[in-house]
Ligand binder design. Sequence first.
Ligand code: ADP
Ligand code: ZN
Length: 721
Amino acid sequence: MTRARVILLTSALGPLDYRIPHGMEAGPGSVVEAPLGPRRMVGVVWDDDSFPSVETVGDNRLRPLLDVFDVPALSPALRKLVLWTADYYLAHPAAVLRMVLPHAALSGEGRPIVEYRATGDLPKRMTAQREQAMAAIGESLGTVRELAEKAEVSDAVIRGLIKAGALEGFESSADAAFPLPNPDAPEPQLSDAQAAASRALVQSVEARAFAPFLLDGVTGSGKTEVYLEAVAEALRSGRQSLILMPEIALTQPFLKRFAARFGCAPAVWHSGMRSSERRRTWRGIASGEAKVVVGARSALFLPYADLALIVVDEAHETSFKQEDGVHYHARDVAVMRGLYENCPVVLASATPAIESIAQAEAGRYETLTLPARYGGAAMPDIAAIDLREDPPERGTWLAPKLVAALTDRLEKGEQSLLFLNRRGFAPLTLCRTCGHRIQCPNCTAWMVEHRLVRRLACHHCGHVMPPPRECPECKDEDSLVPCGPGVERIADEVALRFPEARTALVTSDTIWSPTKAAEFVEQVEAGMVDIIIGTQLVTKGYHFPELTLVGVIDADIGLEGGDLRAAERTFQQIQQVAGRAGRGTKPGEVLIQTRVPGAAVIEALVANDRDGFYAAETQARKHANAPPFGRLAAIVVSSEDAQRAQRTARDLSNAAPKDDGMAVYGPAPAPLAQLRGRHRHRLLVHAPRSFALQDAIRAWLGSVEWGPKVRVTVDVDPYSF
Ligand code: ADP
Ligand code: ZN
């Protein structure tokens, strides 16, 4: 072959043709460097027939490729996945390829990555910036760029510190070996249900064929033990496994368990890694040397050399849905990857998504059920506290019944957990004098008070400000009051009521790293904590045998707003957090504070009637032709210029195909009408399941032109609307 069809990673252009110079090997999948205008860009060689509509350029007009990177060519299975993802989610293949080939994977080719660390000597000349940088860097290690980012200074400041001898460099070893987990260590004695489920998975790994499974087991039933058997089988044949986790800061207990079973840690992949670790891991995955990878959703697009198994743990978690860049759902892409790689895919959950249940009911997924907790622990008792009949005292948030239950556990020396899915101290700051509410300057959102870090923060754009001393509107001093509770405020109330209790606050302000998560787990396991107060960070995965009481502070938060999945999500979240209670030998109790105890979801939780809830919810979706029985897409038009956004949204709406099988609703202001300073309008597209939604949207959007200052994003199978 002398020609190559290349997709460039950082260009919105379609595939471009290049000439392969004499002596260069650049077959399909090769990662190459190619010229575009005066620039050199990274690209991937594609099969000629992947893009039938691309016109072929005459040989004499082709520019030559510049270089081929020394990394394995992307496999046909991965190339198919890239095109499928781009096609299904209406993204550019280049945007998907950037997830396959993150910057660090190729950086420093042929030369080592150099990372720097403090020497302990301070520079002779100290400036305010240098001081800030040294304080922020502390003990950490990173490249110039990473340290500059961490310290919020320019690269030049870091370079200055290197010159001054305050930082010293180390060459990172990109090729440090990955330890080999030992699959033949003694395995746990499985229960009958566990053994049956694991046998099905092991056989499926051996069969080397695509097979999607729903591993449906109540909290504490030992789903992890079951899929680790399949991982062991993959290891025995020298092949790779990928385990996707919803929240990487929380994988600590899993990593510990993995190491206890297999004798060493798995490779991990997440957005917080240093580029040297990224490069090493990427290469270990591509060479096949990293046998087990535990990662966040982005690990799905890595170039596994020989993938034998994909597990999506806590598969119902909404964090598997990516909401920026390529709007994909990792659970669904995982199934496609399994299809192309000819391997089983395991969706593990105690509260599967309605979508997954529907797939299983339609016979497309095989269900493996673990009906009981391992070791015979009973499921917890669940009761609702009607806040209208048993309200907390004024200015507090814990109802008397919950306070009594907490007191009881403290007396018995047992642990309790209070759950409120709201970060910070108070969700709203209000002026008592003029009624002014402090809003984010960039978003249609209130600024949330975070008292621990003494800031107000916008949870949508990250804007922060110091807490104002006077009302920005009427200038009255001492008139601003926090309204409503966040977890920090619950922690305050607990400290006031139970000054002798030892508490742990678990929120992203306190648990921001795997190390912090590990410290938390250790403290609870050592019995050094009486009451845990946390956001959704504490709902999943943890196994604390001494924890016997779970209090849900406000079960109604998620039900507001009328989202399609509001009830489903509330059910899942409360079931998950309830599942933390009574996992040992002592029985668990769950108290749910609510103002609507008669709501179907609360009644189902109290009656422990999961099947009834799912059946009713499925029926309602069917009736409304809502996902997964019908298809939805959200189109968001945004611009800093309010009028342009509105005009484009109207143009799009006017150009919408009529009587084509799909219905277009809107435009209407998007749920966050303003976000990061951009005005947003939204159109919703609804169609039957059999409808070729992507083709229709592509044709429609292609028929409308909009100006340079307008952005149009499509979200197929949207989550938040
Ligand atoms: P799930 O993921 O279903 O919530 P886990 O896999 O975390 O459940 O299991 C709950 C607890 O039971 C864990 O401490 C686990 O080590 C233990 N466990 C589960 N299965 C077994 C087994 N077969 N032998 C010994 N311990 C087990
Ligand atoms: Zn904001």
